[in-house]
Design a protein. Structure first.
Length: 539
């Protein structure tokens, strides 16, 4: 598509002002085809509020006007989908801080300087340095649709052309986008990418459209979802409002949680026990409310309270949590992923896990065989084994997160946890002694859980639940084994430290896991450097 001029975007594009106070330039106050929004820290009359400069990336404007502290995004968290950036020609401390970022982008030729523009503002004028952003294939370029075509026309095109796609979220009110300035988020099969994007580029306008594909690495150098998940969402799609195709209820829930945790992070406003101080207090949408509604529609009971940590555990239980290498690429731009999955504050991974056996297994007579399979699994050592009283069952099912204890498709009570088995995976414990346990993200306990489900599950729901890592297990221990945490920690430490491992084994383990260890350590190092820079310049 031919690049449009700065002036054409001022006439018909979406424009955002950040950090600019006072009367907006005349063009922004006049009737326009595109939307105009102004943001200042803390808010002001006629302007919206923003808390962090990273929020600029979510605005999806064609032209960003940056003033005061907002100019510092030229150093980090640059809004990569912008067509033009205009920096106020009024020297401030932040203006000087932004210069290295501007110079670097000019040298890399991702920005081209187009001169100084004077924009009339009443009887005066404001002056702006204008830069054109050179979009590259590696970036997810901003797409849009004209008001003449509209959402209805786009959906009709997709249907007529038999495009394999889904509208990912907030689709219940289609063709309305649900909120002022809302976007239409599409997930498209690879084979239909050119067809859809060509149509959008031929009919640009003020309605923003995000068109992600199954396999293109256009979201911070990774795919929007892991490709197998993305393909499944499209293959299982159902009919939605206005002739649209939308995810089925369960996929809609999982995809929305994935989006909130790994795409939006703390900006979604979902509570977090890992970094509560960073959670956005004024999210653009009620993500927690939407998650609860989607869960109700899918017949899923989520742990209470809903937090980023409980949702991450839930996605892991349904095989939707990203793998370590994917999380490593998400972490530099997602403080919660970094702190929760890569921080040293978490317990060392030693292969500790808890299997929770549900009432169904005892009702259908498979419990003994299921427990025997756990006990006989090579490498697993059973540390504690307890059958719950009715009072315990009520407490555990109320306090524990992550497990599915109720399902509308299953008779009430059948999925309640009635038995707990605490195990230590000695294969992971050996890696802990060798210093490579952080490279073992897919623990065997998860594999054993899958095996148990294949062997003993029948019908909807599962008769077994399991924790996914040592940190999560220690959160379960006080609930499943009240008053015994200190003794169990001492026992685990004794068993791990008693494992004898040779220098040769340490070296061979390290060599075997070099790629994953390197990924882990490099991500931590990169995040530390980035946090230091942002803390110094951008906050």
């Amino acid at each position: 598509m031919t690049d449009r001029s700065f002036d054409s975007y001022l006439e018909e594009g979406n424009v955002a002002f950040y950090g600019y106070r006072g009367m907006l330039p005349d063009f922004a106050r006049a009737p326009r085809v595109g939307r105009t929004r102004a943001f200042v820290r803390g808010g002001a009359e006629g302007m919206r509020s923003y808390e962090r400069l990273q929020e600029l990336r979510d605005e999806r404007a064609d032209v960003y006007f940056l003033d005061t502290d907002a100019t510092r995004v030229m150093v980090a968290d640059f809004p990569g989908t912008a067509r033009y950036i205009a920096v106020r020609a009024w020297p401030t401390w932040s203006w000087f801080v932004s210069l290295p970022g501007i110079v670097r982008r000019l040298r890399l030729k991702t920005l081209l300087y187009e001169g100084v523009r004077s924009l009339k503002t009443g009887d005066t004028a404001t002056r702006w340095f204008v830069f054109r952003h050179v979009m590259t294939e590696s970036l997810h370029t901003r797409l849009s649709i004209s008001e003449d075509v509209g959402v209805t026309g786009l959906l009709a095109f997709l249907k007529d052309e038999q495009v394999a796609y889904v509208v990912q979220r907030f689709f219940r009110d289609l063709p309305s986008l649900g909120r002022s300035g809302g976007d239409l988020d599409l997930l498209i099969a690879d084979a239909d990418e050119i067809k859809v994007k060509s149509f959008l580029q031929a009919h640009p306008g003020p309605i923003t459209v995000d068109a992600w594909t199954v396999s293109r690495k256009s979201f911070n150098d990774i795919t929007y979802y892991p490709p197998p998940i993305a393909r499944g969402i499209i293959e299982r799609a159902v009919d939605g409002p206005s002739g649209s195709r939308v995810p089925n209820p369960l996929d809609a829930l999982h995809a929305f949680i994935y989006h909130a945790l790994y795409h939006k992070g703390v900006f979604a406003g979902v509570p977090s026990t890992t970094c509560p101080e960073a959670v956005n207090k004024k999210p653009e949408n009620d993500y927690v409310g939407e998650i609860r509604e989607l869960a109700a529609r899918a017949g899923v009971t989520l742990a209470h309270p809903v937090t980023m940590e409980t949702l991450d555990t839930y996605l892991a239980s349904v095989e939707w949590r990203p793998k370590l290498d994917t999380l490593a690429k998400i972490a530099p731009r997602n403080v919660w992923v970094w702190k929760y999955h890569f921080s040293e504050e978490r317990d060392q991974e030693v292969g500790l896990g808890i299997f929770l056996i549900k009432a169904r297994a005892f009702q259908n007579g498979t419990a003994d065989a299921l427990l025997d399979t756990i006990r006989k699994t090579e490498g697993l050592v059973v540390l504690k084994d307890v059958h719950f009283t009715p009072e315990d069952i009520a407490r555990v099912s109320t306090e524990l997160r992550g497990g599915v204890w109720h399902d509308a498709r299953v008779p009430e009570g059948e999925l309640l946890p009635v038995h707990a088995v605490l195990v230590l995976d000695e294969t992971v414990a050996r890696k802990a002694r060798a210093g490579t346990s952080h490279a073992v993200f897919d623990q065997r306990i998860r594999a054993v859980k899958k095996q148990l489900r294949r062997l003993f599950d029948q019908g909807p729901g599962s008769a077994v639940h399991a924790t996914d890592n040592t940190t999560e297990t220690w959160e379960y221990v006080p609930v499943c084994f009240p008053g015994e945490e200190a003794a169990l920690r001492a026992e685990v430490e004794r068993r791990v430290m008693s494992i004898e491992i040779t220098t040769w084994e340490k070296v061979s383990q390290a060599v075997r896991h070099v790629p994953r260890i390197a990924t882990y350590e490099f991500t931590r190092l990169k995040r530390r450097a980035r946090e230091w820079l942002i803390a110094l310049l951008v906050r």
